[in-house]
Design a protein around this ligand. Structure first.
Ligand SMILES: C[S@@+](CC[C@H](N)C(=O)[O-])C[C@H]1O[C@@H](n2cnc3c(N)ncnc32)[C@H](O)[C@@H]1O
Length: 229
């Protein structure tokens, strides 16, 4: 399948539109089905001993990172986490839950490119991205990865796998009650997803990074970059 990037409905709807709110709820179930929390926690714990400043790019309502924090907080203590999203909507309740894990969460309403290029991202030693990279064409993506590599010493992304099985499953999401926005975006996301070593090819060249890229679970594509020095 050729990679095709098309606009997603969730990105165009106002953050409090009931269809967007319902779609963000659907995303929680989809993340559970895809096992992305588990993938991120397992690889972050194995590859990166302790991060102090963590960023989640395209964090949405912060609930995905909250679930990651709940599991990682036993290893990574007193973390400052920046939840970066153009349409930031992190509730007080979610921020309080982070506090319960001794993580301090900040909601950052910004474009990820602007944020990564600015001073606020300095010292973000671990960067996470869940269902985010597939939004961008290769040229933009290589710019994003270049900015991440300048800042972080650890980067992990879980994305849709661009494969027939994932495409087939994305068309069945109505069966688990997903709304039309989610059903549309899921198909678009798989077509814009990744396969092979496509993300490694876009990572800035140069020594000092260990890259891992592979199919994960039934429908996902995992990319991990770790600074070796
Ligand atoms: C599919 S959602 C994933 C949300 C969250 N990571 C999760 O797994 O639940 C993608 C998110 O990326 C955000 N987004 C898209 N383009 C962005 C950009 N250029 N900068 C920051 N956020 C962006 C959207 O607002 C949306 O919340």
């Amino acid at each position: 399948m050729k990679r095709i990037v098309q606009p997603e409905l969730l990105d165009t709807l106002p953050v409090h539109d009931p269809r967007a709110v319902a779609s963000r709820e659907d995303l929680k179930r989809i993340n559970t089905l895809m096992g992305h929390v588990n993938l991120m926690v397992t690889h972050a714990a194995a590859s990166c001993c302790q991060a102090r400043r963590v960023a989640d790019l395209g964090a949405g309502d912060g609930s995905f990172m909250r679930r990651v924090a709940e599991r990682l907080c036993r290893r990574w203590k007193s973390v400052e986490v920046m939840l970066v999203d153009r349409q930031s909507d992190v509730s007080q309740a979610t921020r309080a839950e982070f506090c319960g894990f001794s993580w301090n969460a900040q909601s950052v309403a910004a474009d990820a490119f602007d944020w990564l290029g600015g001073p606020a991202s300095m010292g973000a030693d671990a960067v996470f991205a869940n269902l985010f990279l597939h939004h961008f064409e290769d040229r933009k993506l290589s710019e994003l990865l270049r900015l991440v590599a300048l800042r972080a010493r650890f980067f992990i992304a879980c994305e849709p796998r661009r494969a027939q099985r994932a495409l087939f499953a994305s068309r069945l999401l109505g069966l688990i009650g997903c709304n039309p926005v989610t059903r549309h975006d899921a198909v678009v996301s798989v077509r814009a997803g990744f396969t092979g070593r496509e993300l490694s090819a876009l990572w800035p060249s140069g020594d000092g990074w260990e890259l891992r890229e592979e199919a994960a679970g039934l429908f996902s594509h995992l990319f991990v970059a770790r600074k070796t020095d």
